[in-house]
Design a protein around this ligand. Structure first.
Ligand code: ZN
Length: 504
């Protein structure tokens, strides 16, 4: 199938300047502690104090921080640090983290500061239950009666009570950002949050190197830059309730600020400035994954919703990326227990043990869509995605796999060790199909003989590719770029029908 792609007109050039937030900036929620933010250097551009005190000084070059008024549950006051430490250890053994701090001539044992009074009150009640009834009380930390939060120097002296602080050029938790930073309580959670207001193109400079190695071919990096820009355009405002557009974690796109920028990814961002993919005039859902294992699948096949620009396509040139995972039967049963209880009424009281796995439904590209789990007390069906999530998407790399039951292990002749195990399609028809694999694999392999055929010792999962398999394969993009294809052609083959358009 041929795919059409058009190039729109570049309507808007982005200015790349650091400075106070401007209209059009993206607002990115960056990670800080719940009750404190460590800052270094920078310039205060606006300060809203909650007690009418004047604006604080510029603290360029110094380490400083802001701290939310927080609560802690106190579990006693001791005259020696040794006694306090022993009490903290005892608390730790009951499952409550405890900190020891000096207060004048005494040592206080308390839980870490909590941003919410109710949470600290609950902890205090739990500590009382655990036998720490003496002197368990609730105190405000660091100081009483503060409606906002405090700006602190490195020594911890409060400078001024704040309700909002805008800075530029500061490192936040050791990380530098372009644009400006706004530190305030989250309107959604009441916790402290930092929002980086940054020009869209500068944001991408901190995103693309996280998504694709900077040493990869430039045309692949350009395709990645367009996909990331499109994602940002389509999802802008996803965190509107919390006061920002996108978060800096895997939930949206990983964003590392200035610290992760690289000259090559910068070049890919600049070369595609402002370009996004649209379909019917709307930014597309430009999903991507690491490696398709030879063929992508449609969004309909994997997630059950259809998008005309997300069909399954072949990734010619993509070299195989085989993976292998061994899971003991007990490990598999533990991972699937709650899912199996929910999946079949017969298994509501427990599966009684897993005896076999049988792929029951495949996608067009061969990914396991549905899997029959044969348990002692009955049979349940799970999606391939559910199995992958249960075992961990980082190690169970894709749903392009086949399960193989391990029934017995044997060694080959000396000098050429061979592990032999049997494929087991179902408990009923235990056809014996021997597969040999060389040892020296990184997967943990159990040695020993499993008696009889009734219970496998565990399961091998032999797979290919990495990721969900929808949209652009990054590895496929790399291979296409190495073969001389342009970013436009790479995008057109993974998102057929989508149009390259200038964002505005
Ligand atoms: Zn997010």
């Amino acid at each position: 199938m041929r795919s059409a792609i058009g190039i729109g007109v570049l309507l808007l050039a982005f200015l790349v300047l650091a400075g106070p937030a401007r209209a059009g900036d993206l607002r990115i929620g960056v990670r800080v502690g719940e009750t404190g933010v460590a800052l270094r250097g920078g310039q205060i551009t606006a300060l809203t104090s909650s007690d009418g005190s004047p604006a604080g000084p510029t603290l360029a070059g110094e380490s400083w921080g802001v701290e939310l008024a927080a609560y802690r549950a106190r579990a006693g006051q001791y005259t020696s640090s040794w006694l306090a430490r022993a009490a903290a250890r005892a608390l730790g053994e009951t499952g409550y983290p405890a900190l020891v701090s000096r207060e004048g001539e005494t040592w206080v044992v308390a839980t870490p500061p909590q941003p919410r009074a109710e949470a600290a009150a609950e902890l205090a009640a739990a500590l009382a239950q655990a036998g720490f009834a003496t002197r368990v009380d609730l105190g405000r930390y660091p100081d009483a009666g503060a409606p906002g939060f405090r700006l602190l120097t490195a020594e911890g002296a409060g400078l001024v009570l704040l309700s909002k602080l805008d800075v530029t050029g500061a490192e936040v938790e050791g990380r530098a950002y372009r644009g400006s930073l706004e530190i305030a309580r989250s309107p959604a959670t009441g916790l402290l949050q930092a929002v980086n207001a940054v020009a869209g193109e500068d944001y991408l400079r901190g995103v693309v190197p996280h998504e694709m190695p900077a040493g990869w071919p430039l045309e692949a990096l350009k395709a990645q830059a367009v996909a990331a820009r499109t994602y940002a355009a389509a999802n802008r405002g996803r965190h509107a309730a919390a006061g920002f557009d996108l978060c800096a974690g895997v939930h949206c796109q990983v964003y590392g600020g200035r610290a992760v920028e690289h000259e090559r990814t910068d070049r890919a961002v600049a070369a595609t400035a402002g370009l996004i993919l649209t379909y019917g005039g709307t930014p597309i859902n430009a999903v991507f994954h690491a490696h398709a294992g030879g063929h992508t699948d449609s969004s309909q096949a994997i997630w059950g919703w259809s998008a005309p620009y997300l069909p399954g396509v072949s990734t010619t040139g993509e070299k195989p990326l085989p993976w292998r995972l061994y899971v003991t039967r007990a490990g598999l049963e533990a991972a699937l227990e709650s899912r199996l209880r929910a999946a079949a009424p017969a298994l509501a009281g427990g599966s009684g043990g897993i005896r076999g796995l049988l792929p029951a439904l495949h996608t067009a590209a061969g990914r396991v869509k549905e899997l029959e789990i044969q348990a002692a007390r009955g049979v349940a069906r799970l999606s391939g995605n559910a199995l992958r999530e249960a075992l961990g998407v980082g190690v169970f790399r894709s749903t392009l796999f086949q399960p193989v039951a391990l029934l017995e292990t044997r060694f080959g002749p000396p000098g050429a060790p061979v592990l032999t195990y049997a494929r087991w399609p179902s408990a009923a028809e235990a056809t014996l199909e021997l597969i040999s694999l060389p040892l020296g694999d990184s997967s943990p392999v159990p040695f020993g003989l499993t008696p009889g055929w009734a219970w496998p010792a565990g399961f091998f999962f032999l797979g290919d590719g990495f990721g969900h398999g929808v949209g652009m394969s990054q590895w496929g993009a790399r291979e296409m770029a190495l073969a001389g294809r342009s970013a436009e052609l790479i995008l057109a083959s993974f998102y057929p029908g989508a149009v390259l358009t200038a964002a505005r």
